[in-house]
Design a protein around this ligand. Sequence first.
Ligand code: ROI
Length: 167
Amino acid sequence: MKHSDCAPIIAYIGLGSNLAKPVVQIKSARIAIASLAGVQELAFSSLYHSLPMGPQDQPDYVNAVMGVATDLLPMELLRSLQHIENEHGRVRKAERWGARTLDLDILIYGDQEIDLPDLTVPHKGLAERSFVLYPLFEIAPQLLVPGKGPIADLVAECPLSGLRRLE
Ligand code: ROI
């Protein structure tokens, strides 16, 4: 759906997977996101290998960040991303921070700070998560993270914690 006559918003989406061939999941999700009506891909980071944050008895992750221009409202974008997660066999388990085939998070939505029951933007864990910050910095080195400041400053304060680029 297109909202009013507003210019498209630049948004950044975090992608993560640690089940069922994570690289395949991430590449397939990229195509699905770019195919959404009202979403246009602007940039896609390298793929990164990362150690699990949270419970350690789960496989390592593959992470990436995608930049898009979108006409979708934040909740429309969220619902579309959740639909793609479900199509990729995502099963929501009771365990917090467990393994997942595909996780799609809205990291940034223009310059907006959003605090809704189902959606917090910028993403809550952004500043502490190397697997989000470094790929985001790769594709948007000049970004100002709403409420938090320049991405370069956040990266400088965030240890790599085992993150490495794939390929
Ligand atoms: N850990 C890593 N390395 N990458 C993720 O994408 C990721 N996603 C999560 C939790 C379970 C917090 N840990 C993660 O949701």
